[in-house]
Design a protein. Structure first.
Length: 310
């Protein structure tokens, strides 16, 4: 067990929505995989907008340290600002990506959640990591999503993945510029790797919009990766409708882990393969573990006081 985290609790923090009750199967699976790596004393799951709420989970923590990994695909308003501000965390120190606080923190959820003035508190050190969507390993997860999709629904004879256009369909938000940055960053990484003919990021709420995909690539075969953590309304309905293909009907498995769709779908003389959302890919657990390992190194530097003069 990593010596920094041997007395720490890992909290995987999701956004959550009242429309979906309970913990998604994918998050439980990811937690189980990380748990088998024995990096932490305990691993818990919490959400920002539905039970189990972050303040409730923190109230039950008995370890002196907590490492929070935001299960968000962008470092936008929630992951980048609202949550660390609510936790009372300072900006990262020079040369560090994590935000660390060592004091008694009383949560004030800005009028959201279960109570005003803070429903609970945690006495100890909080290490708050960047959102998983901006990590460099996410490019590997996206590549695996493309491979999975074309393996289950093969390309026409003679076609190779290098002939494909890959489109990341993300949410985006005019509220915060960081909302789109992660998708653009991962598209840049894939483009630089030269694995595909085209790599493009499109958005639900920003430009270029998802419906503009056909103007952004002239490739005949396109794989669309929903850049979302789960199989919700956006990935199941909004994205396929705006692509110009009929939305699919989930198979009914918890968390929508498998899609039920005739892949590929014809659209305007071209063919679209729609993948599972990136957050449902098994490689996500590896990203979480790597983020935690990197955070351990930074936490050790902080604990040693090496950065206090920065």
């Amino acid at each position: 067990m990593n010596s920094v985290w041997s007395d720490a609790t890992l909290i995987l923090l999701g956004h959550g929505t009242a429309r979906r009750i309970g913990v998604p199967a994918s998050m439980r699976e990811q937690a189980d995989i990380v748990r088998r790596r024995e990096l932490f004393a305990r691993i818990e799951i919490a959400f920002w907008k539905k039970p189990p709420l972050l303040e409730s989970v923190l109230a039950e923590v008995s370890t002196p340290q907590v490492c929070i990994v935001p299960m968000f695909l962008s470092g936008g308003h929630y992951a980048g600002e609202a949550i660390p501000r609510t936790l009372g965390l300072p900006p990262p120190l020079a040369g560090m990506r994590v935000r660390i606080g060592r004091w008694r923190t009383s949560l004030d959820r800005e009028g959201q959640g279960t109570g005003a003035g803070g429903a609970s508190s945690f006495a100890g050190t909080i290490v708050y990591c960047p959102a998983i969507g901006i990590h460099r390993r996410m490019a590997d997860v996206i590549r695996a999503a493309v491979q999975e999709t074309v393996a289950e629904h093969p390309l026409p004879d003679g076609r190779k993945p290098a002939d494909l256009a890959v489109i990341l369909a993300a949410h985006g938000s005019r509220r915060h510029p960081g909302s789109r940055r992660a998708a653009e960053m991962q598209a840049d990484r894939l483009r630089a790797a030269g694995c595909y003919a085209d790599v493009i990021a499109v958005f639900l709420e920003e430009s270029p919009g998802i419906e503009q995909w056909h103007l952004l690539t002239d490739r005949e075969h396109v794989v669309v990766i929903p850049f979302f953590m789960g199989a919700g309304r956006h990935s199941e309905e909004d994205i396929p409708m705006r692509l110009g293909i009929a939305p699919h009907i989930p198979e009914g498995q918890e968390g929508g882990q498998r899609i039920s769709r005739a892949n590929p779908a014809g659209c305007g003389g071209r063919w679209i393969w729609l993948a599972r959302p990136v957050g449902l890919q098994p490689g996500i657990a590896g990203v979480i573990a790597e983020i935690a390992t990197e955070a351990a190194d930074e936490a050790a530097r902080w604990n040693a006081g090496l950065e206090h003069g920065a």
